[in-house]
Design a protein around this ligand. Structure first.
Ligand SMILES: [Zn+2]
Length: 340
């Protein structure tokens, strides 16, 4: 299937430019807009791995109007030392407004992954994206939980690294210039022997503790494993610092006006139905992260939201796995289709 795409830039309230990619297939959409929000240190393209049916094509086949958001964490945009707060306040509300403005739809749906999910959920609970009626959230939302060893890494390594570099970049696995990138590449080569893809190994070093962290190797085709080598780059330590504070509290915390200081202090200001998705073998965020957020939302509106813990899957392979079209997409799409 040959898709067409059109890019729409949008300004954020604090003066950055982000963009939306509207992907269309050969047929006119028969369903409404779905916004896909990528995670940290990647870009909108992460939903389009070289699998025979990727998530974007599955949504198009099903009739959805697909919108990919490049928010400030995107490696397609100039690097910046972003926080989840900035994305929640400035990027996602502007992206949702732009989709609504262009399409004329009154409501939209969203599929949000990892730090696209945490930041989008902050927007939602603060009442900043009222047009979103359904959210499918993968990996983590309001209650991040990681392994003990990842927690120690965040607690002790991030402050030290922050003295030397504002960013980590999995591309350093391939090409490292300067003392810090070279030293980290050396450390990764010393400690990671799980595959021969330097970006894959460096991403595992960056995002947790595991071999690998972000997928199960057995779930990826060799083409997709090669492809990730171009899809991961800068992620700022400013994000890891905020995440460390959130992990200390057990839920997201913010320090910008317009967002609740504690994400769980008050009733959520969103009427959206939320489907929480987690890979049972996720080595980046534990699947219990999503259980905790589901439980919290369920308390406010029982039997409305849903939780799916998917066996055999990890973090990003939920979207880029070679059998995801058979194993996970039907679950994600049926949650999008369900009435809100
Ligand atoms: Zn690998």
């Amino acid at each position: 299937m040959v898709n067409k795409e059109q890019t729409f830039e949008f300004p954020t309230q604090d003066g950055r430019m982000c963009n939306l990619i509207n992907v269309t297939g050969p047929r006119e959409p028969s369903r409404g807009p779905v916004l896909l929000v990528h995670g940290a240190g990647v870009r909108a393209n992460i939903f389009r791995p070289p699998n025979s049916t990727n998530f974007v094509n599955a949504l198009l086949d099903h009739g959805y109007d697909v919108w990919l958001e490049n928010w400030r964490a995107s490696i397609d945009l100039p690097p910046c030392e972003w926080t989840l707060d900035e994305a929640a306040l400035y990027d996602h509300p502007a992206a949702v407004n732009k989709v609504v403005e262009i399409t004329g739809a009154k409501t939209i749906k969203a599929v949000v992954h990892c730090q696209g999910s945490t930041s989008f959920m902050l927007s939602a609970i603060a009442g900043l994206v009222p047009q979103v009626e359904t959210i499918v959230s993968n990996a983590v939302s309001l209650h991040p939980q990681v392994s003990w060893i990842s927690r120690q890494k965040g607690r002790f390594a991030v402050p030290v690294l922050g003295k030397f570099t504002p960013y980590l970049n999995p591309q350093w696995g391939k090409q490292a210039q300067g003392f810090v990138p070279r030293a980290l590449r050396g450390l990764v080569r010393l400690t990671h022997h799980e595959c021969d893809n330097d970006v894959c190994r460096f991403s595992s070093f960056t995002y947790g503790t595991g071999f690998p962290v972000l997928w199960r190797h057995e779930n990826l085709s060799s083409e997709t494993h090669d492809w990730i080598g171009q899809e991961f780059a800068n992620v700022p330590l400013s994000f890891f610092r905020q995440m460390a504070r959130c992990l200390d509290k057990g839920h997201l915390v913010s320090d910008m006006a317009g967002l609740p200081a504690s994400s769980v202090a008050d009733k959520p200001r969103t009427g959206a139905r939320i489907a929480f998705i987690a890979g049972e073998m996720n080595d980046c965020f534990k699947w219990q992260s999503q259980q905790a957020s589901f439980d919290w939302f369920d308390r406010y509106r029982p039997n409305f939201h849903s939780l799916h813990v998917l066996g055999g899957y990890g973090h990003l392979d939920i979207f880029i796995g070679k059998n995801a079209d058979r194993d996970t997409f039907p679950i994600l799409i049926s949650e999008l289709d369900a009435p809100s």
